[in-house]
Ligand binder design. Structure first.
Ligand code: AMP
Length: 420
């Protein structure tokens, strides 16, 4: 038997109401902040991600689904959305139409990571990008949007962590300090961190290895080495968060070790999802657009993992989604009336009632069981003595009340069902 590929999951009909609800909260919140949806292709030229995410990152160096297509071109299933959005922004000169573009997306991503709870190879993210302004209030806006969505989903055990990476010049100075602090301890670093020492020393802060964490306790911190402008920028982000009533914690060890990330980085973590606790992450990327061939235009964004958020909701029992129901189930009492039932069902569907009927020639009892399984609000009986007299019986399944209508009174039946 062929099964779903490791790390991928089917989202079955029973799970869809939760997904739909989450997506509706995402869309309505982002729309209130005047973000517009963008959809980009699922695969892009590999070079876009190599440049847009960084060769030295785990994503690019070991997690991408990269393949040659039949013409020999190297393509990659997108591991994140920012690079694709920025590519589209540049390709369509969106800045010519509007100075500030506020965009959002809900889309599947692909990374060949080791699957575990809350970590998949195909997963879904929603996120936003604001391209065209370096106003710190936009950095805060990202955090406020993400936080508000998570709160609307009923989540409680949330913590917003923020940090600033400053600008490359001060970061380079700081990296030299960090290197000279680490050098005497080099032998005690984990293998991965030894590599990072060379490629991008900041990312040693990302390490989960105890031996690295021990060494980092007394390490100099980037936040203490910010230039004046970055410091003021960070202050304004904090101010805006306070104005919006979003509680936050400054985490000087929260790094996104890429050269074109600047100033603010943030993460929202949940204590309800075990080791994969980050629900959402983001930051400012003022140098990325230029790096990808665009003008010198600043941007800021975030991405949040839907599977992980739903896991947190499940663990906190925060989503109270009512059982699915249908408006009407048509029970055909006797043979020979199937065509009438079919025509009636079609008419009710065209009148916007969620309607179903039997397709398996089942007994009346089995049809009633099916109506209950679908949580039908009403059942319409077709057949029996009433039908012979030109009548239809409508049963209200909530209170058992039965009403009689003429065969041609579908509008009246419809009004009763809709409660108008
Ligand atoms: P990132 O793009 O790595 O900053 O991730 C942003 C968010 O996407 C994370 O906080 C997670 O919630 C989610 N995420 C990232 N990678 C995965 C994955 N492999 N499986 C499920 N969710 C993920």
């Amino acid at each position: 038997m062929i099964k779903a590929v490791t790390g991928t999951r089917d989202i079955l009909p029973g799970d869809i109401p939760k997904w739909n609800f989450l997506e509706s909260v995402v869309i309505s919140n982002l729309s209130k902040f005047n973000y517009k949806e963008i959809r980009t292709p699922i695969f892009e030229e590999t070079g876009l991600f190599a440049r847009g995410i960084g060769e030295s990152t785990d994503i690019v160096s070991k997690e991408m689904y990269t393949f040659l297509d039949r013409s020999g071109e190297s393509l990659t299933l997108r591991p994140e959305m920012t690079a694709g959005v920025v590519r589209a922004f540049i390709e369509h000169s969106l800045d010519k139409k509007q100075n500030l573009n506020k965009l959002f997306y809900i889309a599947p991503m692909f990374r060949q990571e080791r699957p575990q709870a809350g970590r998949f190879r195909q997963f879904h993210q929603f996120g936003a990008e604001a391209i065209g302004s370096n106003d710190p209030s936009l950095d805060a806006e990202m955090i406020i949007i993400a936080y508000d969505i998570l709160v609307k989903l009923g989540l409680k055990n949330l913590q917003v962590k923020i940090n600033s990476l400053g600008i490359p010049a001060s970061r380079e100075e700081y990296k030299i300090k960090l290197k000279s602090y680490m050098l005497p301890h080099f032998d005690k670093l984990s293998g991965e961190s030894k590599k990072r020492f060379e490629t991008n020393i900041l990312r040693i802060f990302d390490s989960k290895e105890e031996q690295d964490q021990k060494l980092l306790i007394d390490a100099p911190l980037l936040i203490d080495h910010l230039d004046e402008e970055s410091f003021a920028h960070f202050d304004k982000v904090k101010q805006a968060l306070t104005l919006a009533g979003v509680p936050y914690l400054i985490d000087p060890k929260l790094v996104r070790g890429l050269d074109y990330y600047t100033n603010t980085t943030f993460e929202v973590v949940s204590q309800s999802v075990g080791s994969q606790s980050a629900l959402c992450g983001g930051g400012r990327y003022d140098l990325l657009i230029k790096e990808l061939g665009g003008a010198n235009i600043p941007g800021v964004g975030f991405a949040a993992g839907i599977e992980r958020i739903l896991l947190a909701c499940e663990n906190e029992k925060s989503l109270m989604i009512g059982d699915e129901k249908i408006d009407l189930y048509i029970v055909t009492i006797e043979k020979g009336l199937e065509n009438f039932a079919y025509k009636t069902a079609t008419e009710f569907r065209r009148k916007n009632l969620i309607t179903d009927l039997d397709y398996l020639s089942r007994s009346v009892k089995a049809q009633m069981r099916e109506a209950n399984r679908f949580n039908a609000a009403f059942v319409l009986f077709i057949g029996g003595d009433e039908f012979a007299k030109g009548e239809l019986v409508l049963k209200n399944m909530r209170n058992g009340e039965q009403l009689i209508f003429g065969k041609d009174e579908l509008n009246k039946i419809c009004q009763i069902i809709k409660g108008v």
